[in-house]
Design a protein around this ligand. Structure first.
Ligand code: PAF
Length: 284
């Protein structure tokens, strides 16, 4: 496995692989890898000749400087695990390698077609601008045939699919299911910031989301929305930032239970956790 830190080395290696006709699969990450990421890497390996993983804590997608400085960084551990999984190449650049000072200081502009107007969008201003900025840069460098993203970040996947269409990339976006701890807690790099007690508390988020599936037969969308928020806020140590039930394709507030997903952000102490739940009318 190669560990590359410069765009020059990466571009040279990718171009050599392309000349050999190899298919390239790509897993973009911010490191602090967990089983959720490893499931993406395994899928990437099984579907492509070459698996490239990027590890880069992207400053332009953080709207809170404290969140950026406390984001877990575990490069040595990540590298070891990726080697065990048979990853072919890790790209772990510095901020200076990826951005000019001008780029870091000015918000990247992109037309999200309204996908940024809900949920994480208004709650994390500028977040998706930074995500599209870095993912497009990485796609330009890696030129992947397929790229793998976890569905825990459901809105991010929708935005990346939109980006691919609007910017004309050939890359196929492969959304992969949420991986959960045995407790039900959705795996996230941020879980490393939770104390053992907070982990137990945070598992309530998924329990309540799963329970809400039982309600959709006899309750309206606003009723289920209020029920989930109320139940989670009742748990000592949890505070809901938003819970929205939206159409899976447009991300606009759902008016019927068809094709819906409930997306939530909850604060557990100072740790911001996200999760989601798919509602199907067959849950009735
Ligand atoms: O999901 C993430 O870890 C990040 O948003 C991504 C896609 C690697 C871009 O920095």
């Amino acid at each position: 496995m190669k560990l590359l830190t410069t765009t020059k080395e990466l571009t040279a290696d990718i171009s050599a692989l392309k000349t050999l006709g190899k298919t390239i699969g790509f897993v973009p990450t911010m490191g602090a890898l967990h089983d959720g990421h490893f499931s993406l890497v395994r899928k990437c390996k099984s579907e492509n000749d070459i698996c490239v993983v990027s590890i880069f804590v992207n400053p332009t997608q953080f709207n809170n400087p404290n969140d950026l400085s406390t984001y877990p960084r575990t490069l040595e551990q990540d590298t070891k695990k990726l080697a065990e999984l048979g990853c072919d190449m890790i790209f772990a650049p510095s901020t200076e390698e990826m951005y000019t000072t001008e780029e870091t200081n000015n918000q990247f502009s992109f037309n999200f077609g309204g996908l940024d107007q809900v949920m994480e969008g208004p709650n994390r201003p500028g977040h998706f601008n930074g995500v599209v900025q870095i993912v497009s840069k990485l796609f330009d460098l890696v030129q992947p045939l397929r790229a793998y993203f976890g569905e825990k970040d459901f809105q991010q996947v929708a935005i990346i699919k939109h980006m691919v269409k609007v910017m004309g990339y050939d890359t196929i976006i492969i959304p992969c299911p949420i991986v959960r701890e045995a407790s039900g807690l959705a795996m996230s790099s941020r879980n490393q910031l939770l104390s053992p007690e907070q982990k137990v508390t945070a598992a309530q988020i998924s329990h309540i989301l799963f329970e809400s599936r039982q309600l959709i037969q006899c309750q309206s969308i606003p009723q289920v929305q209020s029920w989930v928020i109320e139940q989670i806020n009742r748990v000592d140590g949890l505070q809901v930032e938003y819970f929205e039930i939206v159409d899976r394709d447009t991300l606009q507030p759902a008016t019927t239970w068809n094709n819906t997903i409930g997306c939530i952000t909850v604060h557990c102490g100072s740790v911001r956790l996200i999760d989601n739940i798919t509602y199907q009318t067959s849950n009735c």
